[in-house]
Design a protein around this ligand. Structure first.
Ligand code: FES
Ligand code: FES
Length: 211
């Protein structure tokens, strides 16, 4: 009469049906199921992340006025100004930082609004071409100088040119023609009004100091 087989009989070790193998498999399966269950429970109790496309309320300070807007956080300052605040003077040329048509001032420093997130501009003083003239309609010396010197043709690049020119003078970078050309080189003009733009900057520079 043969002896009853013991589950962990070494002679069965290699067959894959030993008690040890059985326990290993059962334990692993049970642990995996438990962990999965726990992970499911945790996922169920964690609030779903907010949809980043959901508009967020923000306040932009533009030309001395607070503007309440509700924006997708990925909105550029350029699109916020044009599409949400309704200030279309700032132009979209390339929309990728190449042409300067979208130049505005943020805290008196020129920035490309197509490369600046509106959310980042919160709490900063944004100035657009619409904010240069005085309340009584008197043009800024740079605006007047562009008119006096015929410094544009189609006018599409002009708001960006003027904002950049104002900053160029304020930065102290308008001392010579070469200086002006160098520091205005980020603003392209397809109509090639460049010589007239240099003349306009030279005319406005002393007037800006007086005003
Ligand atoms: Fe911003 Fe061209 S539109 S640089
Ligand atoms: Fe036409 Fe500059 S005036 S692009």
């Amino acid at each position: 009469m043969s002896l009853p087989e013991f589950p962990d009989n070494p002679t069965r070790e290699n067959s894959g049906t030993s008690r040890r193998n059985f326990l290993k498999t059962t334990l692993a399966t049970t642990m995996t199921a438990t962990m999965l269950e726990r992970a499911r429970a945790e996922a169920a109790s964690t609030p779903a992340p907010a949809d980043i496309r959901e508009p967020i309320a923000m306040t932009l300070r533009v030309n001395g006025r607070d503007r309440r807007v509700s924006l997708d956080v990925r909105t550029t300052l350029l699109d916020a100004l044009r599409e949400h605040v309704g200030l279309t003077g700032t132009k979209k040329g390339c929309d990728q930082g190449q042409c300067g048509a979208c130049t505005v001032l943020v805290n008196n420093k020129r920035v490309l609004s197509c490369l600046t997130l509106a959310a980042v501009a919160q709490g900063q003083e944004v100035t657009t071409i619409e904010g240069l003239a005085k309340a009584d309609g008197t043009l800024h010396p740079m605006q007047q100088a562009f008119i006096d010197n015929d410094a544009f043709q189609c006018g599409y690049c002009t708001p960006g040119q003027i904002m950049s020119a104002v900053a160029c003078v304020q930065e102290g970078h308008a001392n010579t023609d070469d200086d002006i050309r160098e520091y205005m080189s980020g603003n392209l003009c397809r109509c090639a009004a460049y010589p007239n733009i240099v003349d306009a900057v030279k005319q406005a520079k002393p007037q800006m100091k007086e005003s």
